[in-house]
Design a protein around this ligand. Structure first.
Ligand code: NAD
Length: 349
């Protein structure tokens, strides 16, 4: 296994391998940057084919968190934990407590929360051993709890900004949005769009979830294969990564792409492809930053629930700034976002 040579290493400050023979814990915590504050990013529980693959995932995700946190205007650097779901994984409370001890030993350089495979209950178990944790049960009136509605609201505000910028319209009334994946984020996005007067086309591998948005918001369902190629005003990917690529981009029939999924571009060049095709792409880690804003507000504990919604809504104007710079410099929006994030991180404020 090579860490320094990994394509996602990108000058990580620290990488910690956590092992505990008694509970069977195998975890990696990657701290990409603490320039803006403690590194923050969820812990992912996943079965990896090898520890090299787990390391690569931790590095890639923590680098992404640096950019996401910087662009969300947070006092957070970027970090990520992965717990390896080994064969015979116990998932015991003792294992999560041990992980909490490892997080605690970092003295606040890394703050954890939920990611794929984790729950509020697991975070509560981790919190028995460390204070450097968020995503816990909410205290009434304070920030916290399930971040998905906030993530979806930020995406909704981002779509409004993209519509304003690209189509010159101040609302989404009667515009059609294709939503790929109507899970936690996709469901709430459909709700906000429906309430604002948009029409919905949806697809999900889970038929029950499709039925729910059809019943509640009048969404029309299409096949998994066809959702991205609908003739619509906006495509909102809210399921998988790498769905924007050399094969899919030429088939898109939309003016705008903006959704919750992480790592939507299969490769950075796909941003150029969208730019060349005249499709306005809202960079994923900017438009989906509502959840981490919620986590930051919970962690710092200075914010009321109303103030969190307010902070999330700033994603709209933030994206407009990226769209303007993209047009002015004839550069893809993903490149503009990366440059802005790097500038914020190197300024350290
Ligand atoms: P989720 O698991 O609740 O929902 C994902 C949905 O996508 C599920 O309903 C699933 O059935 C569906 N799906 C899977 N494969 C599909 C396919 N091929 N075609 C159509 N649908 C498919 O997850 P979520 O929390 O809603 O997150 C959605 C995306 O947003 C993920 O990429 C996640 O990393 C990202 N994200 C989520 C948050 C958050 O606050 N939850 C924050 C930032 C980013």
């Amino acid at each position: 296994m090579s860490a320094f040579e990994d394509s996602a290493f990108d000058a990580h400050e620290k990488v910690v391998f956590c092992y505990d023979a008694i509970t069977g814990l195998q975890a990696i915590i990657a701290i990409h940057s603490t320039a803006l504050g403690p590194s923050a990013g969820g812990t992912r529980l996943w079965s990896y084919a090898s520890s090299t693959e787990a390391l690569h995932d931790a590095l890639r995700l923590s680098q992404g968190m640096s950019y996401k946190n910087a662009m969300a205007g947070l006092k957070f650097g970027g970090g990520k934990g992965v717990i390896i779901k080994t064969p015979g994984y116990s998932g015991s409370a003792a294992l999560y407590e041990r992980y909490g001890e490892f997080v605690d030993q970092l003295g606040g350089a890394y703050v954890t929360a939920e990611d794929v495979g984790m729950t509020v209950e697991i975070m509560e178990t981790i919190a028995r051993k460390t204070l450097y944790v968020a995503g816990l049960s909410p205290v009434a009136g304070r920030a916290g709890g399930n971040p998905s509605p906030k993530t979806a609201y930020g995406i909704f505000k981002g779509i409004e900004s993209a519509v304003q910028f690209k189509l010159g319209r101040n609302d989404v009334v009667d515009l059609t949005v294709a939503v790929q994946g109507v899970g936690q984020v996709g469901y709430y996005l459909c709700k906000y769009l429906h309430e604002a007067g948009a029409k919905l086309v949806v697809a999900d591998i889970d038929a029950g979830r499709v039925r729910k948005v059809a019943d509640e918001f009048g969404a029309r369902s299409v096949s998994l294969e066809d959702i991205l190629i609908q003739e619509v005003d906006v495509v909102a990917p809210c399921a998988l990564g790498a769905i924007l690529n050399a094969q899919s981009i030429p088939m898109l029939q939309t003016s705008i792409v903006g959704g919750g999924a992480n790592n939507q571009l299969e490769a950075p060049d796909d941003g150029q492809r969208l730019h060349d095709a005249g499709i306005l792409y809202a960079p994923d880690y900017v438009i989906n930053g509502g959840g981490i804003i919620n986590v930051a507000c919970e962690y710092y504990g200075e914010t009321t629930e109303d103030e969190v919604w307010q902070q999330v809504s700033v994603i709209g104007p933030r994206l407009t700034g990226i769209f303007e710079e993209s047009v002015a410099g004839d550069k893809p929006t993903n490149v503009v976002a990366d440059q802005q994030a790097k500038r914020i991180i190197s300024a350290g404020v």
